[in-house]
Ligand binder design. Structure first.
Ligand SMILES: [Ca+2]
Length: 381
């Protein structure tokens, strides 16, 4: 809990340093269809054309289609060799490493009128009263899998009420065989041991990556270093997650299922070719890789929405992520976490009320159709 204590400070700093927000959206991956050619030396023109068609369809099936396109309704997807984890919440507990049964905050539900698929879904609820009793509450289910160099994670989330969003939300962690220290606030993870990121929601209901890795920047100095006396010296050295929030996002709609998918690629050791990206309802929203997008670092945030602070430099192409120094470090766990902190929830509640909104005392998030895979999943068809 000591580590979590420092996270509270972090939110104040983050809120204080939140800057510009305007239009423009980042690019994303296009889908490339690999059209086959046919070796047709001994066949007729008609045969060739049929062969080409058949090969093309086979290639679309095997290479180009997302998992969702290949498995309509997600039927049979769980058995695909690219799938590391699958839960449509139709079979109760037992698929996650933890928990194995309902907890005070996390409960399996059965209601076809609400569920995204079938009748089962997962409900996370943390109330204001819960936070009065316990300052830090993590409502989380977690699962590990064999380490991989590239990961896709799709799930559906639904926010039924106007309420403070979690202090930090869902997490992807990468590590070597023994490293299990993701979530440790204000701690730079060693490059040959692990790295991790949260996928967060701010009070405007838009998303950002919050990333810890061995080359993460400190919030102390304007240039991300932690040298006392530096330009913009904040007077104390700290390392909280580096923030990547794509501009121009539409806030998620209230009480509707939203399809979220993220992608993370570990770098080749010694190179800056690590990548992060996410899609909302199948549309690319943010992508961070060597050379893209253009932006400006200030302390521990990469701003892609322009800047007007005094130390603001010209936007430059993002340098890419050097997430790890060893190939032993791979993606190994996802945590469907909603982590609340009493102080930040109270500040978020006040900010929402100041906008004239009626704020629920119940901070609820619903989840359904979770898939983790080594290739693009896409939204359920
Ligand atoms: Ca379901």
């Amino acid at each position: 809990m000591g580590a979590r204590l420092v996270v509270g400070l972090c939110s104040v700093l983050l809120l204080a340093s939140l800057g510009c927000d305007d239009g423009g959206s980042s690019g994303g991956d296009g889908e490339l269809v690999d059209v086959a050619t046919s070796d047709a030396a001994d066949t007729t023109a008609a045969d060739v054309s049929e062969d080409v068609l058949a090969d093309t369809q086979a290639d679309v099936q095997a290479d180009a289609a997302t998992l969702s396109e290949r498995y309509p309704g997600d039927e049979g997807m769980a058995e695909d060799s690219a799938v590391l984890f699958f839960d449509d919440f139709e079979a109760g507990w037992g698929r996650w490493d933890a928990p194995q049964a309902d907890t005070q905050y996390l409960t399996m539900q059965d209601d076809a009128a609400v569920a995204h698929s079938g009748s089962g879904y997962l409900r996370s609820t943390v109330t204001t009263e819960d936070l009065a009793n316990d300052q830090y509450i993590s409502s989380a289910s977690r699962v590990g899998f064999e380490r991989v160099d590239e990961i896709y994670w799709r799930f559906y989330a639904r926010f039924p009420h106007v309420a403070p969003n979690p202090h930090h939300w869902v997490r992807v962690s990468a590590g070597n065989a023994s490293w299990n220290s993701s979530g440790l606030a204000n701690t730079v993870p060693p490059g040959d041991e692990g790295f991790w990121f949260d996928f967060d929601i701010n009070n405007d209901n838009v998303f950002n990556f919050y990333v810890y890795w061995h080359e993460m920047r400190s919030g102390r100095c304007n240039d991300g270093t932690a040298e006392p006396g530096c330009a913009g010296d904040q007077g104390t050295t700290y390392h909280y997650g580096n923030t990547f929030r794509p501009p121009g996002q539409q806030p998620y709609p209230l009480d509707e299922w939203v399809c979220i998918e993220m992608r993370a690629k570990a770098n080749t050791p010694g190179q800056m070719d690590g990548e992060l990206a996410f899609w909302v309802d199948g549309e690319p929203v943010g992508e961070y890789r060597a050379g893209h997008p253009e932006g400006t670092w200030l302390r521990d945030q990469f701003h892609t929405d322009g800047c007007d602070w005094s130390a603001c430099g010209e936007p430059e192409p993002f340098e890419g992520f050097n997430f790890r120094t060893s190939e032993e470090v791979g993606f190994k766990r996802v945590i469907l976490d909603a982590y609340y902190e009493r102080g930040s929830s109270a500040r978020k509640q006040q900010a929402l009320e100041d906008r004239g909104l009626t704020v629920s005392d119940e901070q609820t998030i619903l989840y359904d159709d979770v898939v983790v895979a080594t290739e693009r999943i896409g939204c359920r068809r």
